[in-house]
Design a protein around this ligand. Structure first.
Ligand code: N01
Length: 554
């Protein structure tokens, strides 16, 4: 394909997205490698997920002291979080602070959506176009578009006719949504729903929760940050904390239990569950028993414990039974932690509608009609999740060699090498792409691992006069098989989750993240780099000419 006559600027790299990934990558490549960078961001400000997810109760379930960048020791010492878990407005302030402190805005064009990116084989450049009429070229195309950013609004007949307001949690209005005195519906009880429901319930006149799948959830035990812990245990020890987080299974500086739930007495097991329930947070998942993730008999013990807690918390036995998850193991969907989620069903103004039993038929001008009943609402909140991991890629027209659309390449599910590159799409890097462990981890730690690895790879290419790097097809196939093999014995395969694309009608059922753990993944990425970037086809000159491949045919 010939160079497009409309292009005016050639960059070293175009980065899509200005969330944690895009901001970190921009700083790294500009400051450490001196590259010319253009970032395109759809939003009017930085923040990515945290720019869009402004729904009531939105906060992260990673503890705040590790939900941040680690590249600047000064930043780590200067920034003070106010909550144990960081709230959306504070994370957004943090990312704005990062953008200002490192002078990142000058390379970011806001209010601009990338619509297409095509690899030009005659020049080895990416041609990138936006909805604002930009048409630029770049040697590298780097996506920082998030894994959970393309909202899923179910195709329910009649939505257009609804006379009230409706919002999706992932594209929440910037203006305050006032629930006071309103009849509100929330559809969906995933991470977003269970955060929003208790907060909306306190304001609304009546709240009806439309639940398809009951959830296991553990108390977060959210509170203001423990200043003594931060000043005495965290800030002086950040180096060790990050080292531990980087090599851990999930990007947290914690120990994983090695115990089996089946090797202790029932009494001991209950005591361990009770202790971790009282402490709250993800410690319940990693600190109790190792085999709850892999052995269904061990998992049954934890599932039954959480079910008993739900029955204990919820006053009305009928409502409690509707809330008790019976159809999937604990931890097979994204693990949830909450603040007063189950307690909220004890409020007089909250009702639970079981749409598994009586599905939503349509949205009417006045509200929602299920098989059994018609409900009237002023506001409907869609907490219905995302076309995760692939949706944001496939919204753009990305084409690699031979004009092959990514959509076609991924028609049976995403195919990547390490979740970093796609064969046939040279010099395109994905930060936290499908096939990487990102969504099973504390995100900033997973993101920084990719940022560092990509930056070192680009440095290697430059030092060796190599123009293009492209995942070899055999290595890509082997990685896809490995991702499946690792997921196979886990509980993840036993639920209909977005990890498997099961929430989107027609999406191929493929487990998308790498479940082998961040530390193991980091080790594999490092080994590949140490072996001269094994599995990548490295080409130089204006035509693709392999100059180095690994011992095995890439
Ligand atoms: O989305 P979800 P989310 N009719 O897909 C239901 C991250 N996150 O936005 O389970 C009726 O988890 C669906 O039902 P079912 C985190 O990684 C993090 O809550 O598919 N219902 C489910 O109940 C998380 O996993 C944080 O049967 C429908 C809900 O909607 C990811 O983002 C906070 C439906 C969707 O749950 C996504 O979370 C928020 C339909 N047609 C998000 N379609 C924190 O760190 C879907 N549902 C705290």
């Amino acid at each position: 394909m010939a160079a497009d006559p409309r292009t005016t600027t050639d960059f070293d790299a175009v980065i899509i997205g200005a969330g944690f990934a895009g901001l970190g990558m921009l700083r790294q490549l500009r400051e450490e490698l001196g590259m010319s960078i253009q970032v395109y961001e759809t939003g009017s400000g930085v923040g990515g997920t945290w720019y869009w997810n402004r729904y009531p109760g939105a906060r992260c379930d990673s503890e705040s002291y590790v939900y941040c960048f680690s590249f600047s020791k000064e930043l780590l010492q200067d920034w003070n979080w106010s909550g144990k878990y960081p709230e959306q407005p504070e994370i957004l302030s943090y990312l704005n602070h990062v953008a200002d402190r490192f002078d990142l805005r000058r390379n970011i064009q806001f209010d601009t959506r990338v619509t297409s990116a095509k690899f030009l084989e005659d020049t080895n450049r990416w041609l990138i176009e936006t909805d604002q009429g930009d048409c630029v070229t770049a040697r590298f195309l780097i996506t920082g578009i998030g894994c959970i950013s393309t909202g899923n609004i179910p195709d329910i007949p009649g939505l257009d006719s609804f006379e009230g307001d409706w919002h999706h949690t992932g594209s929440w209005p910037h203006e305050k949504v006032d629930f006071v005195g309103k009849r509100v519906a929330v559809i969906g009880t995933g991470s977003s729903g269970i955060q929003a429901i208790p907060v909306i319930a306190k304001q609304a006149k009546r709240l009806s929760v439309f639940q398809r799948t009951p959830q296991y959830s553990i108390p977060a035990r959210h509170e203001t940050v423990d200043r003594r812990f931060i000043e005495e245990d965290v800030k002086p020890n950040y180096d060790e904390i990050w080292e531990k987080a980087r090599w851990s299974r999930s990007g947290f500086p914690v120990e994983f239990s090695q115990r089996s739930a089946l090797d202790v007495t029932e009494e001991e097991r209950l005591e361990i569950y009770e202790t971790h329930w009282a402490k709250g947070g993800f410690g319940f998942l990693h600190g109790t028993f190792a085999d709850i993730r892999t052995d269904i008999r061990a998992n049954d013990t934890v599932a039954e414990f959480v079910r008993s807690k739900i029955r204990e918390i919820v006053d009305d036995p009928g409502t409690a039974e509707k809330l008790v998850p019976m159809d999937h193991p604990y931890g097979s969907k994204r693990a949830l932690i909450d603040t007063n989620y189950f307690e909220t069903y004890n409020r007089w103004n909250v009702e639970l509608v079981d749409i598994r039993r009586s599905p939503i038929r349509e949205i009417t001008p006045k509200g929602i009609r299920t098989g059994d009943e018609e409900f009237e609402f002023d506001i409907i909140v869609f907490a219905t999740g995302y076309d995760a991991m692939t949706g944001s890629f496939l919204k753009m027209d990305i084409r690699g060699r031979n004009d092959l659309p990514l959509k076609e390449k991924w028609s049976e599910g995403p195919k990547t090498y390490l979740g970093l590159q796609v064969s046939g799409f040279p010099n395109m890097f994905m930060i936290t792409g499908p096939g990487s462990p990102s969504v099973l981890c504390n995100m900033p730690v997973a993101i920084e691992q990719h940022i560092e690895w990509i930056s070192e790879f680009i440095e290697f290419l430059d030092e060796n006069g190599i123009e293009t790097a492209e995942a070899g097809i055999n290595y890509e196939s082997a990685w896809v098989s490995h991702v499946n093999e690792v997921a196979e014995p886990t509980m993840f395969m036993l639920a209909n989750s977005w990890y498997l694309g099961a929430n989107i009608p027609g999406k191929p059922r493929v487990f998308m993240p790498y479940a082998g753990g961040l530390g193991t993944y980091r080790e594999k990425c490092n080994e590949i780099a140490d072996n001269g970037y094994e599995g990548f086809i490295l080409g130089s000159g204006s035509r693709r000419r392999p100059v180095a491949t690994s011992a095995r045919e890439a």
